[in-house]
Design a protein around this ligand. Structure first.
Ligand SMILES: *[C@@H]1O[C@H](CO)[C@@H](O)[C@H](O)[C@H]1NC(C)=O
Ligand SMILES: *[C@@H]1O[C@H](CO)[C@@H](O)[C@H](O)[C@H]1NC(C)=O
Ligand SMILES: *[C@@H]1O[C@H](CO)[C@@H](O)[C@H](O)[C@H]1NC(C)=O
Ligand SMILES: *[C@@H]1O[C@H](CO)[C@@H](O)[C@H](O)[C@H]1NC(C)=O
Ligand SMILES: *[C@@H]1O[C@H](CO)[C@@H](O)[C@H](O)[C@H]1NC(C)=O
Ligand SMILES: *[C@@H]1O[C@H](CO)[C@@H](O)[C@H](O)[C@H]1NC(C)=O
Ligand SMILES: *[C@@H]1O[C@H](CO)[C@@H](O)[C@H](O)[C@H]1NC(C)=O
Ligand SMILES: *[C@@H]1O[C@H](CO)[C@@H](O)[C@H](O)[C@H]1NC(C)=O
Ligand SMILES: *[C@@H]1O[C@H](CO)[C@@H](O)[C@H](O)[C@H]1NC(C)=O
Ligand SMILES: *[C@@H]1O[C@H](CO)[C@@H](O)[C@H](O)[C@H]1NC(C)=O
Ligand SMILES: *[C@@H]1O[C@H](CO)[C@@H](O)[C@H](O)[C@H]1NC(C)=O
Ligand SMILES: *[C@@H]1O[C@H](CO)[C@@H](O)[C@H](O)[C@H]1NC(C)=O
Ligand SMILES: [Cu+2]
Length: 583
């Protein structure tokens, strides 16, 4: 049996452990921030799942990739060396990157890709964040195998706002494809059709026993009775939001996207690609003489085909001395399965997300902008592009699938936007005319318009430093309403309101929560509904915003914000690093 057991030692132990391969800066005092060095070699590795072996692009030959552990306040220097034929870039998902936008990672947005044989040192400091984030490739579909946890421990001497867990365990969900994901998306972009769906979901890289030829590849978590474990859940799946539950155990949600929330109990949770959720798992007081599945399967509202399979890991209790003395064979223990919501359970999704509230304590306040300087109304959804004359296309009615924000399907530039902005060379690269609201209003969630064609361009919004922004994102029913997990780089935002149907600018703002709304970096725009977010544009740079369903991003559901430097020296983007890749 492959034992996929990943147990994190307690934070105090980690501090000692890490000194062995971390270069300390000049101050060895433990309370001070340190610089942590990592090296990521991007290499091919044969990986076997579901009895199929595939040459896979990995970091350091590992799938999932290595775990980064740091403390709030630390600087990270991560040297990425590209040994494969693909272009590479890596994004540190959810890290604020204050003034260090050069290290954010999305290819052609903040940097040119790291080409074969080249390297780049990502250099950034973790400021005001603690919890679970993650890192992943941010070019094409390479994040299907290039991803891993990024764990931020609180500063030494700052306890968690909940009882110290006995152990901490990252659980990272992914999607496994038997075919090469790069070939899948390249073919789909050629034909205009929907890409092939995954063959399995995974937990820490393992599909588990519910798939054919997979029982050997099961993530197992061994626990002691009567303890509290902190599970750090990360959804790294490419295209699917997931429900997750552990049979016979209740979970307490304490943190999302590296921000503490008011704790609440739930049997099942929902996690969108890009999101993270920390939960406390209290184990049973005594060995239950049973094993328990930890299962995930998708939440789907769209109309296309999808991977409807279920991944399971196994929660096992360690034998107590009494059990070992008794004659039971542990192999014969019964195994319980959780019941997960139906695949289309929008009422569960709505109920769950409405429970998420910022902790909003004196120590961890919710700094919700109480007013806004600029308001934006964006539609998000699918659409089509025409098929070229001598081609047959596999999108709706012989067209090509597309997706857009406010009917602008984003065209990737061939130069990085941040360089173009910083060096005043935007001409021919991007324009600053992204519409503040749709140019042609329509009944967004009613009968779709006959013409589903999108426009396109590399259009951005410019914001002066410290602008407070309110943004309403409205799903459309063009080609079917669908939930879209929207991710904003460079900021956390507050989710001040959400609802179904069309946003009503007269009635809805009256119900906004400006006291303790959840603060995060990725939010699901409800299927056939809208969400309202607020953020303070206090981070100069060029910041990508996109759907974290990778297929929608490929189709153009993305745009970017330019935040200008402020007047003070500490309000300006750092100069570009010398090794910044060139296009
Ligand atoms: C992967 O397997 C192929 C075929 O067995 C082999 O030629 C290749 O060297 C392997 N690659 C790696 C990185 O081990
Ligand atoms: C990291 O970035 C900071 C801010 O730009 C800079 O002062 C420092 O020299 C950089 N460190 C390395 C090793 O490049
Ligand atoms: C697990 O839950 C099932 C269904 O609620 C129940 O029948 C069973 O007794 C429970 N088993 C344990 C060991 O808690
Ligand atoms: C998954 O989808 C396939 C193909 O549409 C269908 O045959 C199967 O019953 C579905 N399985 C589940 C568990 O819904
Ligand atoms: C969910 O799917 C079930 C079974 O396919 C269907 O009967 C039900 O109407 C669907 N519910 C919603 C809200 O779409
Ligand atoms: C919402 O969640 C609460 C608590 O888990 C539950 O009691 C209630 O039935 C749920 N409501 C819906 C509509 O699912
Ligand atoms: C369409 O056909 C013309 C003439 O045969 C050819 O030159 C062109 O490359 C084709 N375009 C596409 C998109 O296949
Ligand atoms: C495809 O064409 C049919 C018949 O003309 C029409 O009813 C349908 O709405 C079209 N679908 C899309 C997605 O345009
Ligand atoms: C929009 O469409 C919905 C669903 O068809 C309908 O109930 C609603 O009245 C429409 N709204 C407007 C303003 O036309
Ligand atoms: C959309 O197409 C239908 C059927 O062809 C037609 O009856 C309707 O008037 C069209 N609507 C618009 C807004 O053009
Ligand atoms: C953008 O739209 C124009 C006009 O419809 C079209 O010719 C072009 O192919 C589109 N570009 C992309 C990248 O989709
Ligand atoms: C890699 O990136 C460079 C710079 O943008 C580009 O010229 C080249 O075509 C890319 N190579 C591949 C294989 O995509
Ligand atoms: Cu989407």
């Amino acid at each position: 049996m492959k034992m996929g057991v990943y147990l994190l030692p307690s934070p105090a132990f980690l501090a000692v452990l890490f000194v062995s391969f971390v270069t300390l800066s000049v101050h060895p005092e433990p309370a001070l921030a340190i610089t942590r060095h990592y090296k990521f070699d991007v290499v091919l590795q044969n990986v076997t799942r579901l009895c199929k072996t595939r040459s896979t692009v990995t970091v350091n030959g590992k799938f999932p990739g290595p775990r980064i552990v740091a403390r709030e306040g630390d600087r990270l220097l991560i040297k990425v060396v590209n040994h494969v034929q693909n272009n590479i870039s890596i994004h540190w998902h959810g890290i604020r990157q204050l003034r260090s936008g050069w290290a954010d990672g999305p290819a052609y947005i903040t940097q040119c890709p790291i080409q074969t044989g080249q390297s780049y040192v990502y250099n950034y400091t973790i400021v005001g964040q603690r919890g679970t984030l993650w890192w992943h490739a941010h070019i094409s579909w390479l994040r299907s195998t290039i991803y891993g946890p990024l764990i931020i421990l609180p500063k030494l001497g700052t306890p968690y706002p909940f009882a110290k867990p006995y152990k901490e365990v990252p659980l990272i969900f992914g999607e496994w494809f038997n075919a090469d994901p790069e070939a899948i998306i390249n073919q789909a972009m050629q034909t205009g059709g929907g890409p092939n769906v995954s063959d399995a979901y995974t937990i820490n890289g393992f599909p588990g026993p519910l798939y054919n030829c997979s029982a050997q590849d099961t993530f197992k978590m061994k626990v002691k009775a009567g303890k509290t474990y902190l599970l750090r859940l990360i959804n790294a799946a490419l295209n699917d939001e997931l429900f997750f539950s552990i049979a016979n155990h209740t979970l307490t949600v304490v943190d999302v996207d590296a921000v503490y929330v008011k704790p609440f109990d739930t049997e099942t949770l929902l996690i969108a690609p890009g999101q993270t959720t920390n939960v406390l798992l209290k184990t049973k007081p005594r060995h239950p003489n049973a094993k328990f599945f930890m299962s995930a399967r998708p939440y789907v509202t769209g109309q296309g085909t999808f991977d409807n399979s279920t991944v399971a890991g196994i929660l096992e209790y360690e034998e107590s001395p009494e059990t070992i003395q008794s004659s039971h064979s542990p192999k014969k223990l019964p195994i319980y399965k959780p019941s997960l919501p139906p695949l289309n359970d929008t009422s569960f999704a709505t109920n769950f997300t409405s429970k998420l509230r910022s902790l909003a304590s004196a120590e961890f306040p919710a700094n919700v902008p109480q007013k806004f300087d600029r308001q934006f109304f964006f539609t998000v959804g699918l659409g089509t592009n025409p098929c070229s004359k001598n081609k047959t296309c596999q999108g709706p009615n012989g067209t090509m699938f597309a997706a857009s924000v406010s009917n602008v399907s984003f065209v990737m530039p061939t130069k990085a936007l941040l360089q173009a902005h910083h060096f005043g060379q935007s001409k021919g690269v991007y324009s600053l005319n992204f519409p503040t609201s749709p140019l042609v209003p329509f009944n967004y969630t009613g009968t779709p318009p006959n013409n589903t064609m999108v426009s396109n361009g590399t259009k951005l919004v410019v914001l002066p430093f410290n602008t407070s922004v309110e943004l309403i994102m409205q799903d459309t029913s063009i080609l079917g309403a669908e939930s879209h997990p929207l991710h904003l780089h460079g900021f956390n935002f507050f989710v001040v309101g959400q609802g179904f149907g069309n946003f009503d600018p007269k009635k809805d703002p009256g119900n906004f929560n400006l006291v303790d709304p959840v603060e995060r970096n990725t939010v699901g725009v409800p299927s056939g509904g809208w969400v309202a977010i607020r953020f303070l544009a206090d981070n100069p740079g060029v910041w990508f915003m996109h759907c974290h369903l990778e297929v929608h991003t490929s189709w153009g559901l993305k745009m970017a914000w330019v935040v200008l430097d402020g007047k003070l020296p500490n309000q300006k983007l750092f100069p570009p690093p010398a090794d910044l890749p060139k296009c």
